[in-house]
Design a protein around this ligand. Sequence first.
Ligand SMILES: C[S@@+](CC[C@H](N)C(=O)[O-])C[C@H]1O[C@@H](n2cnc3c(N)ncnc32)[C@H](O)[C@@H]1O
Length: 225
Amino acid sequence: MSVINTNYSKYFNDLLNDSPKISSLLEGCHFRNSTFEIWFKHRSFIADAIDQGGTFLDIGCANGFLLLCLKEWTKVNLIPYGIDSDLEHIKDCKVLFPEYKNNFLHLPLNELYSTGQLIPFGLCHWPLIKHIEIFSNYCFPTNFDYIYWNVWDNWEFNTIDSLTPVGWLKQTRLNPNGRLILGFYCKENSENMKKINQLQRLGLKFEKVVENPYGQSPVVAYLKS
Ligand SMILES: C[S@@+](CC[C@H](N)C(=O)[O-])C[C@H]1O[C@@H](n2cnc3c(N)ncnc32)[C@H](O)[C@@H]1O
């Protein structure tokens, strides 16, 4: 099956035409031994959460390939931003997005929310000041129209504290009418739904929960600011 699509940009079609390059981009996104067709089935429906252009932060962006794909799949004007705890990934993002070199930071998520003064909010606590200092030191926006976090597999949401990043991102890092999109990547969708149900039990109200229409993981859930 050809992956070439006339709606894609020339840059993107040229990448798709280069099989070794695409394989290495997928590997660099932790999507091992796979193809673009399979990647498309696992990720393209995330684009349905994006209804207009704006700034888009991917937390745990790896080499930025998901961001590049979302720009192609949505066709709205998305300005990509990413943070990742792995410096090599951030270097790769700057190569993939030469025009947005300053939009990628080597920064672990937990460094943003686990430092600073903790304030109680509803069920959980989160830091007040530190993250703003960190972002402004790098001339990075402090708020975004969209934030995507592919919740790491080992994140169980079985304690109130494990909710902290979700509450903090939703309440303090989104622009008005912004959207926090959580991606649940456990192999079995039943595991993903268990986490979503757990979050609902802990008080989160999702705007929408969408299972992958291709019938595999992930499941994504949206929260409004
Ligand atoms: C599976 S990849 C996700 C790539 C892309 N966002 C996607 O959804 O396909 C997960 C990424 O999260 C990064 N990561 C893991 N723990 C992190 C942390 N505490 N802070 C920031 N990034 C982290 C890893 O380095 C890795 O690149």
